[in-house]
Design a protein around this ligand. Structure first.
Ligand SMILES: NC(=O)C1=CN([C@@H]2O[C@H](COP(=O)(O)OP(=O)(O)OC[C@H]3O[C@@H](n4cnc5c(N)ncnc54)[C@H](OP(=O)(O)O)[C@@H]3O)[C@@H](O)[C@H]2O)C=CC1
Ligand SMILES: CC(=O)N[C@@H](CCC(=O)OP(=O)(O)O)C(=O)O
Length: 347
């Protein structure tokens, strides 16, 4: 592209995904971070809140009210769900493209949102133009979008684990179980009783059983791929680690299957998708930590006649911030890997 850099705002930069966005965008050759916002820390240098940025990004945090006065190309919303929708409504005509990291525009309609989030939606018109920002499924639509609904972290790992089977329409109805585990940063920067050190240290627990809001996000996307409805049993667990998601998904299939055939279905589906790595062994969360990869390992269990798929992502990156940057690259016709970290951080 020409050397006119994209002017970017990160709204909600005091949080976890906001700070990961800043880290990626600082190293992005086609971006200038024009403003970063927080309502609780207006005036403080960004690096006071996130000291890893000391001497690299010391500009002061400003209120989101100042977004209106800026000429921006992209606005990243790293805000809680229920909050993003009001900003999308307010800024939809500013001329900037919006990438929303929250769940406010990921689902098919206001009615579905209100049922699963138990919250009123204040900008239902937004659903129509919003594109679900999973590049492995929708890169063309993302390129043309003005509003991208960046996927949830669990849905990213879950959908990518089963998408090839749903796209083939070979999943047995009601057979899907998704068992998922997340590190604590998935819960955001504010600690509460559930995420308190004493309650998570050397502990491991399920939550959101039979009703977590990511269930519907996964069902809508997998059902959409198959051209039917999908029903999945999704159970998340909290891991006593800071970042990473591991999904173990189980499904029955309608066709004769063996390991070779299963692998070739996954190979075909992901052959030109640079950030899904088809593994030969079970992936661990440290294999993807600090990177934009989703590692996937499909296994055929001939004893139980079941497919078992493992997938691992970094929830803050492929599950949030790097996926958002990937979407920005597509929206501005940049090479899709620009600015994305491709070497995982291990140990
Ligand atoms: N953490 C993760 O792994 C993932 C998160 N997401 C989604 O991304 C979004 C951000 O997540 P995360 O970074 O973890 O969240 P955090 O809780 O860490 O940060 C939230 C940010 O939102 C700001 N904020 C909160 N309330 C308001 C408000 N009423 N008006 C303006 N700003 C507000 C806070 O800033 P301040 O209080 O300083 O104003 C803070 O900067 C969420 O919707 C989350 O669900 C999606 C995928 C994965
Ligand atoms: C570990 C943990 O608490 N994870 C969060 C989900 C992560 C997330 O941010 O999802 P949304 O963007 O869809 O809200 C949860 O279960 O609520």
């Amino acid at each position: 592209m020409s050397h006119q850099k994209l002017k970017v705002a990160i709204v909600g930069a005091s949080g976890f995904t906001g700070s990961e966005l800043a880290r990626l965008l600082l190293n992005h050759p086609d971006v200038t971070i024009s403003m970063i916002t927080s309502e609780s820390h207006v005036g403080k240098p960004f690096s006071d809140l996130h000291p890893q940025f000391f001497n690299r990004l010391d500009i002061p945090l400003v209120s989101a009210d100042e977004v209106d006065q800026q000429q921006l190309d992209v606005i990243f919303l790293a805000l809680p769900h229920g909050v993003s929708m009001d900003f999308v409504s307010k800024w939809k005509d500013l001329g900037a493209k919006i990438i929303d990291l929250s769940g406010d525009f990921r689902l098919s309609s206001k009615e579905v949102y209100e049922e699963w989030y138990q919250k009123k939606h204040s900008f239902p018109e937004g659903f129509e133009g919003a594109v679900y920002g999973l590049p492995e499924l929708y890169s063309k639509q993302i390129s043309d979008a003005n509003l991208v609904a960046n996927p949830g972290c669990y849905p990213t790992a879950s959908i990518l684990s089963l998408a090839p089977l749903f796209a083939q329409q070979i999943v047995v109805e009601d057979s899907v179980i998704i068992d998922a585990k997340s590190g604590l940063t998935g819960a955001g920067i504010k600690a509460n009783a559930t995420t308190h050190f004493s309650n998570v240290n050397e502990n491991f627990k399920a939550y959101g059983i039979a009703g977590h809001r990511h269930t519907i996000e996964i069902e809508e996307q997998l059902g959409g791929l198959a051209g039917s409805s999908a029903n999945v049993q999704f159970t998340p667990h909290l891991l006593p680690v800071d970042r990473g998601i591991l999904v173990t998904a189980y499904a029955k299939v309608t066709e004769e299957m063996d390991q070779e055939k299963l692998r070739s279905i996954y190979q075909d589906f992901y052959q030109d998708k640079p950030f899904v790595r088809l593994r030969n062994q079970a992936p661990g969360i440290k294999d993807v930590r600090g990177s934009h990869f989703c590692d996937v390992f499909p296994v055929w269990d001939e004893r139980t006649n079941r497919v078992i798929v493992l997938s691992a992502i970094d929830n803050l990156l492929k599950g949030a911030a790097s996926q958002a940057v990937h979407n920005m690259n597509l929206m501005f016709d940049l090479p899709e890997a620009t600015g994305l970290n491709q070497i995982p951080l291990k140990p």
